[in-house]
Design a protein around this ligand. Structure first.
Ligand code: THU
Length: 137
């Protein structure tokens, strides 16, 4: 599959993921899809809670879905939303994307309400990531 075909497929899958969004509070449904290094597409959607801070974004549910299925690396990710505003990954999601991306060049496709595709990478979204540490005695 070419890079463009993969991009288009992931965007389509992210729209499918969005259909399962549980977002009664923000009324801002988000869908995401990650291509796993195992060749499987893992979908996600935002899942909100009446205790607002417990909400989890679409990007993280896609990645957690992937990890829960035994795959720890993604090679590309798409995130889509409708309406005004865009769904550029939040800071918490960027940290999680950094943990499980194939490399900092791993592409991220962000589709906003206007339908335009913003193409970026994990490294552009998350420069100087905190990815490892040495336990101190
Ligand atoms: N949200 C995402 O799912 N992904 C993003 O990239 C930004 C925000 C969700 C969280 C919440 O359910 C709603 O969008 C409004 O913030």
């Amino acid at each position: 599959m070419s890079r463009e075909e993969l991009r288009d497929k992931l965007i389509e899958e992210a729209w499918e993921g969005l259909k399962n969004s549980y977002s009664p509070y923000s009324k801002f449904p988000v869908g995401a899809a990650a291509m796993g290094a195992d060749g499987t597409v893992y979908r996600g959607c935002n899942i909100e809670n009446v205790s607002y801070g417990l909400t989890v974004c679409g990007e993280r549910t896609a990645i957690f879905n992937m990890v829960a299925h035994g795959c720890k690396t993604f090679t590309a990710l798409a995130v889509v939303s409708k309406g005004n505003g865009d769904s550029a990954p939040c800071g918490a999601c960027r940290q999680v994307l950094g943990e499980f991306c194939e490399s900092l060049d791993t592409p991220i496709y962000i589709v906003g309400g206007d339908g335009k595709v913003l193409e970026t990478t994990v490294g552009e979204c998350m420069p100087y990531p905190f990815l490892k540490f040495e336990p101190q005695e």
